[in-house]
Design a protein around this ligand. Structure first.
Ligand SMILES: Nc1ncnc2c1ncn2[C@@H]1O[C@H](COP(=O)(O)OP(=O)(O)OP(=O)(O)O)[C@@H](O)[C@H]1O
Length: 318
């Protein structure tokens, strides 16, 4: 028999969730046969474009929404039928903050501590999350980033075995982001399982042991960041410039070499289909001709963002 501790911390198996939407009653399939696992003590990042089904999936794992079909187990428990037993063992960082608007930071932490058997010290959390200067401030007067940090403190106060973090650093300044990344690293070292959603590819690349890319409610790719970014058959060149590059002219300069040029995002371009010294020299020469400085040039190093855009497309989602 398998020991409980060897079982994955989170199992999502063939899960589907449909909503009937608006007055027309049209059926929206938010999650469409999703399957993935998070092992104990690992950081799992759920990535996907807007509307891909990430929040719906997390809501079902937390027991706030029931799946239409399929099976979810969190720490061996069914979130739909055992939500109280589960919530005693997990931490939830809610996107909206999860606090009463008139309550002060310290009061909210002390109140939450009282609901836990062996809570962390609110004072320690106030320092850890840089909330000392606002401990007497009411929730509604906090900045968005401070609300996020309080929300993370509330998720951690009960010493959870697993934490769900829905876009944990959304709206945070660079200092707060680094602090949160360090906290996530410390949780992992303590053996806590972390399941997070994010739109920040560098966040997923820096933190996650396992990445699950979701689109239209389905898994379109998964693996470690290293596995996902290593899967490239044809070499390519990625460049970062100090100003806009004329891509049509670059395309002309590379004509006959069997490569495609495209803009990955502002000032970041990609020449795919081949990479040899001649192609690199032509790119540099064309940039020089246009008076454009190449700030970075790398060969065949796909980032998680490249993988994500290849798997989910470049069109804007409604
Ligand atoms: N309660 C609901 N009623 C109807 N449709 C819903 C409901 N909740 C979510 N949806 C729809 O399900 C789909 C998935 O939404 P979800 O919020 O899970 O996506 P997401 O990946 O978290 O997106 P984002 O990155 O924008 O937060 C969307 O089309 C959304 O409009």
């Amino acid at each position: 028999m398998q020991k409980t501790s060897d079982a994955p911390a989170l199992v999502v198996e063939a899960v589907t969730k449909t909503f009937s939407s608006g007055r027309s009653g049209a059926v929206v399939t938010a999650v469409d046969g999703l399957s993935f696992c998070a092992q104990r003590g690992e950081v799992l990042a759920l990535l996907g474009p807007n509307g891909a089904g990430k929040t719906t999936t997390i809501d079902m794992c937390e027991g706030f929404t029931r799946p239409s079909s399929g099976r979810i187990r969190v720490l061996g428990l069914d979130p739909s039928t055992q939500p109280e037993a589960l919530r005693a063992r997990i931490g939830i960082m809610l996107q909206g903050g999860g606090s009463y608007s008139g309550i002060r930071v310290r009061e909210m932490l002390e109140l939450t501590a009282r609901y836990n058997v062996d809570p962390l010290d609110p004072d320690w959390l106030i320092d850890l999350l840089g909330l000392r200067g606002v401990e007497r401030t009411t929730y509604r007067r906090l900045s968005g980033g401070q609300q996020q940090r309080l929300s993370l403190a509330l998720a951690l106060i009960g010493r959870p075995e697993l934490v769900f973090l829905d876009e944990p650093t959304a709206g945070m300044d660079a200092q707060s982001r680094i602090a949160v990344w360090e906290i996530i690293g410390a949780l992992k070292r303590d053996g806590v399982t972390v399941v997070l959603t994010t739109h920040l590819m560098d966040e997923a690349e820096a933190l996650a042991d396992h990445v699950v890319i979701v689109d239209h409610g389905r898994v379109v790719g998964q693996g470690s960041p290293a596995e996902l970014t290593a899967r490239e058959e044809v070499p390519s060149v990625s460049i970062l410039t100090d100003r806009e590059l004329d891509l049509v002219a670059l395309g002309r300069a590379l004509e006959g070499r069997g490569v495609d040029t495209h803009k990955a995002r502002p000032l970041r371009y990609r020449v795919s289909g081949g990479a040899d010294p001649g192609i690199v020299a032509s790119i540099a020469a064309e940039a020089q001709r246009q008076g454009v400085l190449l700030r970075e040039l790398s060969v065949t190093h796909r980032t998680l963002e490249d993988v994500f855009l290849d798997m989910t497309g470049r069109e804007l989602r409604s």
